[in-house]
Write a protein that binds this ligand. Structure first.
Ligand code: THU
Length: 135
């Protein structure tokens, strides 16, 4: 579990990333931030495309950017969307979190509240890498 100062720092990074979201088609701006075990923070925002299906969510941008930079382990991922209520990550991002950040905490933030859950809580009965050992 992240200390409360780190939660605030990570949510602030996600909020700042959200301001740069490229969400001109949906107008639904999302920001995310990943905290690595070494304390580094990587930001992401949703990047939309005129070919809508090519859009990528903020969480995956932040996670992939952390991987490229050699993040040794993800401690936490924060995401912030529009409105007062916490934003819940989509199913595709949950699957990617399970692969790249299986032990991470997810901080889902809105303007007035946030919710904290583990990746495993968000992915019950998941299909994960260990299933591939069945072959
Ligand atoms: N979106 C995210 O960035 N993260 C989520 O977890 C939910 C959805 C983005 C994708 C798209 O650009 C917009 O929000 C509307 O679906």
């Amino acid at each position: 579990m992240l200390q409360s100062e780190d939660v605030e720092r990570l949510v602030a990074a996600a909020r700042s990333a959200r301001e740069r979201a490229m969400a001109s088609y949906s107008n639904f701006s999302v920001g995310a931030a990943v905290m690595c075990a070494d304390g580094r923070i990587f930001e992401g925002f949703n990047i939309e495309n005129a070919s809508y299906g090519l859009t990528i969510c903020a969480e995956r941008v932040a996670l992939f950017s952390a991987m490229v930079a050699g993040c040794g382990g993800v401690e936490a991922i924060a995401l912030v969307g529009p409105g007062a209520e916490p934003l819940s990550p989509c199913g595709a991002c949950r699957q990617v979190m399970l692969e790249l950040a299986p032990d991470a905490e997810v901080i889902m933030a809105g303007d007035e509240a946030h919710l904290r859950r583990s990746v495993r809580e968000l992915m019950p009965n998941a299909f994960g890498p260990e299933e591939l050992d069945r072959t």
